[in-house]
Each structure stands twice: as structure tokens, then as C-alpha cells.
Design a protein around this ligand. Sequence first.
Ligand code: TGC
Ligand code: FAD
Length: 395
Amino acid sequence: MTAKKAQTSLELIGVDTLLSEDERDIAAVVRRFVEDRVKPGVADWFEKATVPARELSLELGTLGVLGMHLDGYGCAGMSATSYGLACLELEAGDSGLRSLVSVQGSLAMYAIHHWGSEEQRNEWLPSMAEGRVIGCFGLTEPDFGSNPGEMRTSARQDGTDWILNGSKMWITNGSIADVAIVWARTGDDARSIRGFVVPTGTPGFSAPEITGKLSLRASVTSELVLEDVRLPESAMLPYAEGLRGPLSCLNEARFGIVFGALGAARDCLDSTLSYAADRELYNRPLAAFQATQIKLADMSVELGKGMLLAPHLSRMKDRGILDPQQVSIGKLNNVRESLEIARTCRTLLGANGISLEYPVLRHANNLESVLTYEGTSEVHQLIIGQALTGEQAFK
Ligand code: TGC
Ligand code: FAD
């Protein structure tokens, strides 16, 4: 067989046949935004560890992707597949951009939408969908990441008010957020965990930015410090009790990552295909060497497999039959394989692979965080292991 025309990695698997015309259109619109607005500046944002998050948030609001899978309150009510494809296109720009959208829509807005009162939904969701109000989601603590059930942040009742004390760590958007969803224990065990909608201007709340990151540099990450933060009773999310509250939000964000990570991998692979076509060794393109083609083929197969899995899960999500352990399968596989693809692409670019002129090491470094946040790969292996065996092996 003679190849007549070079194909991109996703054309090869025929991904378009999995998607409706509307879904392809949504992906194309987000892709154009990323090409025009993100790709020209993202290497610089990454290098300088600054990102115009507030401007981007407004533009993402105009684009309609903030909380796009939620219904009502100014949200677009799109399908899970459309939301996933938007995540994929955003993460092809940078995982930090997808994180901004995940945290806003899947964590902060979802928490209010799913567990909040009607007043809370009306107060916060429309302005969050527009990107005028930025949200963050504080679950992880300095000493409790994979095991949030042991969190120390506390909420104590004082009359009808709640007083919050404690600290959260590694919180995306923390220092630029207008509102923080903070999870705190109101008693001795994990069943007493409750969520609070905390305006970040509340006295006693501060959010120092975390610096020195080698990953997700085009994303704001912060600590949240809560010192006697006094909140009215109406700040509590009325319907979330126990760890189920925050974990249900994680299902949403993990789902977005199932698609998102593939965007980073696709961007790595497409740039590597183009590099290998142009780069000459021994008077031949790098693309013409067997060792190169074997790597490209293996990476395309993995990307294609991930891309078959993602819409399978999103169609189940739209039918309301997607279980958390199935999201774990997608998050574990697609992030792990995307990271492997990014690292392999890096090798094909040789020394150029370490440069910010090409996206591959930036994506690889970002994917190190993606492998860890929203449940580490080991946590997802244990969730899948528990589903297979019925045995809980976390503790
Ligand atoms: P366990 O005893 O199994 O369960 C406690 C309660 O929670 C329920 N539950 C879930 N509910 C909804 N969705 C899920 N996925 C759920 N998993 C468990 C469960 O039914 C039970 O409910 P109830 O009503 O009977 O009390 O909990 P455990 O303490 O043994 O923990 C299990 C474990 C380890 C899987 C969980 O703690 C976990 O997932 N840990 C990982 C933590 C994590 O992923 N943190 C992410 C923080 S946010 C973030 O990283 C944002 S990054 C930015 C971005 O997204 O871009
Ligand atoms: P640990 O839980 O200490 O894990 C350390 C190692 O132990 C890992 O390899 C882990 O897999 C392993 N391990 C843990 N438990 C077990 C077990 N039972 N069995 C076997 N191995 C185990 N959190 C938020 O709440 N909100 C955010 O917005 C947010 N944004 C983030 C942004 C970035 C850039 C990063 C890096 C993290 C962010 N996080 C956020 C935190 C993230 O969710 C946690 O880092 C993650 O859950 C892991 O927790 P940890 O870092 O404390 O690691």
C-alpha cells in the first residue's frame, strides 16, 4: 500500500464519524479560539508564569464554554460530548486553560448547580457563566490530598452563622477567584463534611499564590487560608452532606479530563508529525525513518484508542448511566497515555523538544499535574480495583 496523503493522527482513526455535525462545529469554534487567542501567547505565559486569566475568563464566557454542560441560569445546556470536545480543544492549547474551564464549570458551578439553593444558583451561576465571576474549589489540604475525608478545615456554628478555620492547598484560580467553594467538617467524621460558598472578600479569607511550579505555569494555583471566616447560614450548600458532595463534583471534572488530555496529546503528535516531515537527517526527512514511524504509529494507535473511549463514556453520561469507576477508567487511561505520547514526541524533536518554541515539553510537564490532580493514577487504579474485586484497598 502506498500512502497517497499524509493524515493527521485523528483523521487516521476516523474520529469524525463518531461525532454529529453539531459536535464537530462546536469543536471547530473552540479550536479556532485556541488557535487565535491562546496559541500565539501561551509559551510566553508559561515561561513567565503569568496568564491573563480574568481576560480569558470573560472571553471563555462569551464563547459559551463556562458551565456549558449545565442547564439554566445562563448555562448552555450542551451534551457531555460537546463539553468533552470543548475540553479537548482547550487542552490542545494548554492544560491550564482547560483547568480554568474545568474548575469554573465542573467544580465551582456544578457544586452550586447540583447542591446549592435556588437563591445561591440565581446569585452566582449567571455571572460565572459569563466569566465575570471566577470560582475556585477548595478540597485538598496541605496534609490531605488523596484522602479528603480526613480534612481538618472546620466549620463551627455560632448562632446562625458559621465560622470557618483551616487551610486548603493547590487550589486552581484561588488568588484570582471571586468566590470559593470550601469544604469543611462540621463534626468529627467525614459524614459531617459540608460545602460553603465563600465570597473571597470575606474578612479572614486570603489566598497566597503558589510559585515555583514546573507544571501548569499558565494557570494560577494558590493556598486558601481561612481564619475565623464568618459566614451566614445561607452560605452553606444545603443539599451536600458528607464526602459524596465534593466527590460528585470531581466526577464532572474528571470526565472533562478524559477528553481534555487527548487534546494535549493531539497537539504534541501533530506538531511532531510536522517537525518530522521538515527535519532532515542523512538527507532524508526524519519522518522517513522506520524508528520514527514506529513511534508515530504507536502514539497514533494510543491516541485513537483514547478517542474511541471518550465518546463512549460521554454518550453514557448523556444517558445518565455513567458510573464513577467508568470515569476513572477514562481518566487513568487517557491521561497516562497522553503523558506517554508527550514524552515520546519530545524524544523525536531531539534538543528542540526541550524548547518552548514547540509545545511538547510544556504539554508533558502540564500532564504531570493532570496525572496527579482530580485523583492520582494510583487512586483511579484503586477505584477500578475496588469495582473489580469488591475489596476497598485505600486504607
Ligand atoms: P468512600 O468511603 O468510598 O465514600 C464516601 C462517600 O462518598 C461516596 N462516593 C462518591 N460519590 C460520588 N462520586 C464518587 N466518585 C464517589 N466516591 C465515593 C460514597 O458513596 C460515600 O457516600 P455515603 O453517602 O455512603 O457517605 O470514600 P473514601 O474516603 O474511602 O475515599 C475514596 C477515594 C480515595 C476514592 C476518594 O477520597 C478520592 O477520590 N480521593 C481523591 C481526591 C481527589 O481527587 N481530589 C481532587 C481535588 S480537586 C482537584 O484536583 C482539581 S484540579 C483542577 C482541575 O480539575 O483542572
Ligand atoms: P498524596 O495524596 O499525598 O499522594 C502521594 C502519593 O501517594 C501519590 O502517588 C498517590 O497516588 C499515593 N497514594 C495516596 N493514597 C494512596 C493509597 N491509598 N494507596 C496507594 N497509594 C496512595 N485540589 C483542589 O481541591 N482544588 C484544586 O483546584 C486543585 N488544583 C490543583 C492544581 C494543581 C496544579 C495540582 C498539582 C493539584 C491541584 N489540586 C487541587 C490538588 C490535587 O487534587 C492533589 O494534589 C491530589 O488529589 C493528590 O493529593 P496530594 O498531592 O496530597 O498527594
